[in-house]
Ligand binder design. Structure first.
Ligand code: PLP
Length: 367
């Protein structure tokens, strides 16, 4: 079986370090906050070359708290691409704002600025730039668009740890960025986890207060907040894994290049992932588009190759969002959702396995 994701394989490759990290955290018996958390926050901010990092409970909370910290007027409209995980949109509604779906680009599968321009109203206050699959959005154009229209930019980096634009890390372009450490992400904890990253001192302070009951110090609550913190034990695990992240992402890029080189002759049937030149894709997912998605998937399953679909239902078409009646906002995304298929990618795969994946995909299109 060629696995789509193999967390056990990764654990075994760093078992001693992980076991020691967990043991030392239990022995220190500092479970909330403390050195493990502070150290990871500093390391992750350094890794991204950003000024501030705040560990939170999960990626969804990171998005919600980021939006809340921006202090937008109630019922602001926030633009969000239709092809994403529901959390990107949930965070908008949960913070008392209104979701406005925008379409994606056929090639990069990331948000389409033309569509964003068409959806601007006098209530539009922010845009969520989702670096989908780890593929960097066009941040230069997005920041220009933000400046011209007085919008705040929240980067959804849940799939984009390690992605870069001209050597600058994703998460350091917008006003504030949200990361997820869900186990299957490029940098995953052993449970839920997330982080907020920003270069803005005031936003960082506000986000930290919101995530910790509105306080900076114990019992001095300056406002109402909530409880969403990154567990110390998870922070300790993430510190270990952060050291390997670049090598894991490098391997993801090798696999993607290999797949691309094998599929290049079949671009009539397969649409390959496209990255803007100068950008470094984090390849959380390797996604192709094909009209024969369902039969390809069945063929690969029969050949013992696991695949995924990200995402089978475009957000405006979800039951959760039907009430918005925004299906017309995103025709490209809705059409694309029937064609997307994610092939196995990750450091758990051997050269022989990726060769087999490519062979089977090609075999399918030859027949
Ligand atoms: C995973 C994910 C999230 C949510 O992160 P959680 O840690 O699962 O809450 C948000 N946005 C995107 C694009 C994601 O892939």
């Amino acid at each position: 079986m060629i696995k789509f994701l193999d967390l056990h394989h990764q654990y075994l490759s760093i078992k001693d370090e992980i076991d020691n990290a967990i043991r030392s955290n239990i022995e220190s018996s500092s479970f909330i906050g403390g050195d493990s958390l502070r150290n990871f926050e500093t390391e992750f901010a350094q890794y991204l070359q950003a000024n501030y990092c705040i560990g939170v409970g999960n990626g969804t909370d990171a998005l919600e708290i980021s939006i809340e910290a921006l202090n937008l007027p109630p019922q602001s409209e926030i633009l969000v691409p239709a092809n994403s995980f529901i959390a990107s949109a949930e965070a908008i509604t949960r913070t008392g704002n209104n979701v406005v779906f925008i379409d994606v680009d056929q090639n990069t599968r990331n948000l389409n600025l033309e569509s964003a321009k068409n959806k601007l109203t006098k209530y539009t206050r922010a845009l969520i730039a989702v670096h989908l699959y780890g593929n960097p959005c066009d941040m230069k154009e997005i920041m220009l668009f933000a400046k011209n229209n007085n919008l705040k930019i929240i980067e959804d980096c849940a799939q984009a740890h390690g992605g870069k634009i001209e050597n600058k890390s994703l998460g350091s372009f917008g006003d504030i960025a949200a990361f997820s450490f869900y186990p299957g992400k490029n940098l995953g904890a052993y449970g839920d986890g997330g982080a907020i990253v920003t270069n803005d001192k005031e936003l960082a302070k506000k986000a930290r207060m919101i995530s910790n009951h509105g306080r900076i110090e114990k019992y001095n609550h300056l406002m109402e907040g909530r409880n969403s913190r990154l567990d110390s034990i998870q922070a300790k695990i993430l510190s270990v894994k952060l050291k390997y992240l670049d090598s894991w992402i490098k391997r993801r890029n090798e696999i993607a290049s290999y797949y691309n080189s094998r599929f290049i002759e079949f671009t009539k049937s397969i649409k390959l992932p496209i990255t803007i030149s100068g950008n470094y894709h984090a390849y959380h997912l390797y996604v192709i588009q094909t009209n024969e998605r369902d039969s390809l998937r069945e063929y690969l399953t029969k050949s013992n190759i696991q695949t995924g679909i990200h995402y089978p239902i475009s957000l405006p078409k979800l039951d959760a969002y039907k009430y918005l009646k925004q299906e017309d906002n995103a025709p490209i995304s809705i059409n694309m959702s029937n064609k997307l298929i994610s092939l196995p990618i990750g450091e758990h795969l051997t050269n022989k396995e990726i060769e087999e994946v490519a062979d089977k995909v090609i075999e399918f299109f030859k027949n």
